[in-house]
Design a protein around this ligand. Sequence first.
Ligand SMILES: [Zn+2]
Length: 559
Amino acid sequence: MKRLLLSCGFFALFSLAACTPQTADTSAVGARAEAIQAHLEFLADDLLEGRDTGTRGHEIASSYIATQFKLMGIEPAGTDGYFQRITFRTARIVANSPKFIVHANGESQELAYPRAFMTGPSALAEEQSVTAPVVFVGYGMVSDQFGFDDYAGLDVEGAIVMMLSGLPEGLPSEEAAHLGRIKTELALERGAVGIITLHTPKAEETRPWERSMLFLNATRMRWLGEDGLPHGEDPQIQGAASLNYQEAAPLFAHSDILLDDVWAAMEAGEMPRGGALNVSVTMERKSTHDEVTSPNVIGMIEGSDPELKDEFVLFTAHSDHIGRVRSVEGEPQFNNGALDNAAGVAIMIETARMFADAVARGDQPKRSIMFAALTAEEKGLLGADYFANNPTVPIENIVANVNLDMPVLLYPFADIIAFGANHSTMKDVVAEAAGEFGIKLSPDPMPEQAIFTRSDHYALVQKGIPAVFLMTGFESQDPEQDGGAIWSQFFAEQYHRPGDEISTLTEVYGEIRYDFGAIFTDINYAIGRNVANNPERPEWLPESYFGQVFAGGEGSIRH
Ligand SMILES: [Zn+2]
């Protein structure tokens, strides 16, 4: 940013003519739009082929980020210099290997694949087979907070549980997203050996079975722990499948639970009654496994305070994207992910540069600041999850996380959104930092999307770390440009498509607003600086569901 200054000095005392207006470059203090542009242009180049996890393109991106950190004098904070290398297993289903057989009264009936049932690959075992009795458990939901226990009175030890897809209506969206994710864990704790998810008429309205069939061969990626086992997969669960409700009759033919009663209960907003179905099921599948490695890139700036420097403010931005696709004509095309998330990484690098320059000016933050470019976000927040489970500093010393994912720099935003701000004292910090630059903090415009649970910071939230996920808001400073409409257009037309690249975005939206990227960076820096220098750590608000679930402490709840 340039600022007009009157530079007069000593000679001004003698001659007004010597006092000429000049433009002085104050970029050493503020964020630099041109630096954000340079980083973004490199990271979103075709040469990096869409930065897919485990590819050469993503390795080059990671090397670039590490090199930038080194140039700035930021210390390495990975396990191998700046790098924290992760081994991933990629699993694919063997075509037509899945089987689903219903046994009752000495007879067996095989269901058709994939019309009646579907299953993803297993990241755990290349061959899996399980036969066990089936117990219907409604939604498979347990929550003290919301007064559910779908397992009450049911014994599912050694059984395959069948649960309805989705959740009962009326739950707040962020809490619902969390509860949806722990359904497998709840089944595991109760001794289940397999899970059948029953696709429902309601689910059919939003995600038709036919459409899911298009993703039949989707791969599954998991990080491997030191024991060589894929994280997040439990060997107790030996089979899993989705079942099409239109083909589910054989499973309900031997109990007093009727499918029509289940749908009626759902319609009425009641919890359907569970029970043993008096059938057993065999589920089988074969999967192939590959291994790739991919790095997180982590750097840090040490704090100045002898005690607080052992605590960290953590900035995160995912460096991976979704790689290549083929056009209808079969031509290779790249998903360059200019906004998702070359933009977030570019802003994080420039934020790091501002901290490095602040240290050089003698304005060192009290707490240490950590910057992590995370891999495999697009595979399910895996790089963040790996870091959260294998932190390179004690996890309890990370006082806050600020995550940057897909800032939409296509209009002069007048506000920002901080997903998760409502849950902790970070809200005031963000509002104050944005206010310094004339930008206001707006409430979440799409709470139904539960975005707080959908990017890297959530892996850290699960470890009890207060976090915010910063996004450009929907208001525009230009009355000619409707920020919300532009955001939605990007989301509908370019997001996760080859169009999320510099040339297409420039063509469609006129320009990429690197100048507003700089404002976003200034806000980001101000948040980090304020958290780093505040004597108090950020805290979860007592009423926050996530604070209660993950931060432990008094009054903590599990579900
Ligand atoms: Zn994405």
